[in-house]
Design a protein around this ligand. Structure first.
Ligand SMILES: [Zn+2]
Ligand SMILES: [Zn+2]
Length: 266
């Protein structure tokens, strides 16, 4: 099975999963490489959830597991950083404390609100809510540079209460192209996050048209992740996503070790 490069264990504020059970699940799925990317969102403002990551406990703990299972699977140790322009320096200080393999930069909080909650969408149209999200990504790209791929680029569409108002890349192509070009020119990639399927979408995040456009613009670094918060979700819908990635023109997917991309033939 393709390598899962986006997973959460009990080191994330919204998961209770035992990391060792996750490793066993990845081995059972015949994965050769698997990466932990627990959450680091500083001063998370919504709903009293603590998304700070205790890297001083996390890194040594996962590193020990990595060594214990090294004859069965190659384990990466990563972080999913919630990017916000004003947190750039603090995030950098935390993730440079240990030699992480892989950093996902994601937008969860947009001007103090998380689109996971309905209040993000209240009193405005889908279009206004989406534009604010993509604008915020551009602002993050101006200030945050210590990451390898941008996570679930159209995360905002996962949670819209107006599911019938279908999202189309073509309605936002100017701003999305600007984001993709900036990522490509700075040597960063995107991920195909299959969590979208489990949230009622017919596509991963980002959607097929964005993945194809990234390929057309010359993007080569593409990881795949389930965004599993439970061991049973690891690798879910990877067959479907793998077919889609090939259809969009990619011949390789990427994994990261020591922050360096390695390419695996699809
Ligand atoms: Zn995320
Ligand atoms: Zn995640």
């Amino acid at each position: 099975m393709l390598p899962d490069c986006h997973t959460h264990s009990r080191f994330s504020g919204d998961s209770e999963e035992n990391p060792e059970i996750m490793i066993k699940s990845a081995i059972k799925n015949n994965m050769k490489y698997f990466c932990f990317t627990d959450h680091l969102d500083l001063d998370y403002p919504e709903n009293d959830v603590d998304f700070n990551l205790d890297v001083d406990t996390y890194y040594p703990y996962i590193h020990h597991l990595k060594e214990s299972y090294s004859d069965k699977i190659d384990i990466g140790i990563g972080v999913e950083c919630g990017l916000e322009p004003h947190h750039s320096a603090r995030l950098n200080d935390i993730i440079t404390k240990y030699p992480f393999d892989y950093i996902i930069g994601s937008s969860h909080i947009v001007n103090g609100k998380d689109p996971y909650y309905k209040s993000y969408f209240e009193n405005r149209t889908n279009k206004e809510a989406y534009i604010e999200y993509f604008d915020y990504i551009l602002r993050c790209l101006e200030t945050c540079s210590n990451f390898d791929v941008y996570g679930h680029l159209d995360y905002v569409i996962r949670y819209t209460p107006y599911k019938d108002d279908a999202f189309s890349y073509f309605d936002y192509s100017d701003i999305i192209d600007e984001i993709l070009k900036k990522l490509i020119s700075s040597g960063k990639g995107i991920e195909v996050n299959t969590g979208g399927y489990l949230n009622g979408l017919s596509q991963p995040n980002p959607c097929e048209d964005i993945i194809r456009r990234y390929n057309e613009l010359g993007g080569e670094i593409l990881t795949i992740g389930s965004d599993a918060h439970k061991a049973t979700i690891i690798g879910s819908n990877f067959d479907k996503a793998g077919t889609l990635i090939s259809k969009c023109g990619f011949k390789y997917i990427t994994i990261f070790k020591n922050r360096c991309p390695e390419f695996i033939k699809l």
